[in-house]
Write a protein that binds this ligand. Structure first.
Ligand SMILES: [Zn+2]
Length: 279
């Protein structure tokens, strides 16, 4: 953890505990009206476990890219082929838990040590890999491998710093992809909000200029199509203005009607307009 950059220092505990700025907690903290995943429409409550598992096309592409990058990194770091094969395959179960613990070619020199490391990692679970929780037994096997091939690389450095950092970074990249899409016009949040706004605009055009004061009738000068094609922010602004103007005008008309009614019925002050309303 000490070797991670400062931003990942703060980010990692939040994403391991789950109390972070994803749909679930954004809704709890009243920072978002929706708790669903902004990338796919299939997850009603987006939590820290969903972020690396999301089935949206961008999430699939990002995962594949980072997964392959880890494989390349293990290759360049002279990782034992058996360790590389197991970790590469086991990481797939983060997104597809049904795959289970993979059966890979065992280490012929130390089959018992290898099997022990596999069992140890399986007990920790695939999700723990993305939290940097790697069985210490891999380090011992990697040290044996480096010694066998005559490498001067450090197995401690390979495991305790570099491999763990690579795994945490995969999760961080998945989170960054999620944020990038959440703030784009392709997010499911944006699409759903745009649909709500479009329905509101359609209703306002169907009502026409009724209750709209002359000073605000310019809002309907553009055709419905032109208003629809405005940005989401501009559409929201247009809708708020129209709501506001109709509400003000209705209240003003109601007051005028009440005044006329009061003048016409001076002998009975308990009568109100509209009939039945409280005085
Ligand atoms: Zn999703």
């Amino acid at each position: 953890m000490k070797a991670l950059p400062a931003n990942l220092h703060r980010w990692t505990p939040k994403h391991i505990s789950g109390m972070t700025g994803l749909g679930k907690f954004l809704a709890i903290w009243n920072r978002s009206a929706k708790s669903s995943c902004p990338r796919c429409s299939s997850c009603p409550v987006e939590d820290h476990l969903h972020a690396p598992r999301c089935s949206a096309p961008t999430a699939v592409a990002e995962w594949s890219k980072r997964h392959l990058a880890l494989c390349t990194w293990m290759q360049t770091q002279q990782t034992a082929p058996e360790i590389k094969a197991f970790l590469f395959e086991y990481l797939k179960t983060v997104r597809q838990p049904s795959l289970g613990v993979p059966t890979v070619q065992t280490w012929s020199c130390h089959p018992h040590l290898f099997q022990s490391a596999v069992s140890s990692q399986a007990m920790l679970g695939a999700q723990s890999l993305l939290e940097g929780l790697v069985s210490p037994k891999w380090r011992h096997l990697q040290a044996l491998h480096l010694s066998y091939i005559g490498s001067k690389k450090s197995a401690n450095l390979w495991a305790s710093r570099r491999l763990i950092q690579q795994l945490i970074r995969i999760r961080h990249y998945m989170w960054k992809d999620r944020n990038r899409l959440a703030h784009s016009e392709d997010s499911s949040w944006h699409i759903a909000r745009k649909q709500e706004i479009d329905i509101g605009i359609r209703k306002q055009f169907a009502m026409g200029l009724m209750d709209i004061p002359p000073r605000s009738q310019y809002l309907f000068q553009d055709s419905r199509k032109i208003v629809f094609n405005k940005s989401l922010k501009d559409c929201q602004h247009w809708l708020c203005l129209v709501f506001h103007e109709r509400a003000i005008n209705r209240r003003s008309l109601a007051r005028q009607r009440q005044m006329i009614f009061d003048l016409a019925q001076p002998a009975n002050p308990t009568l109100t307009w509209p009939p039945g309303a409280s005085p």
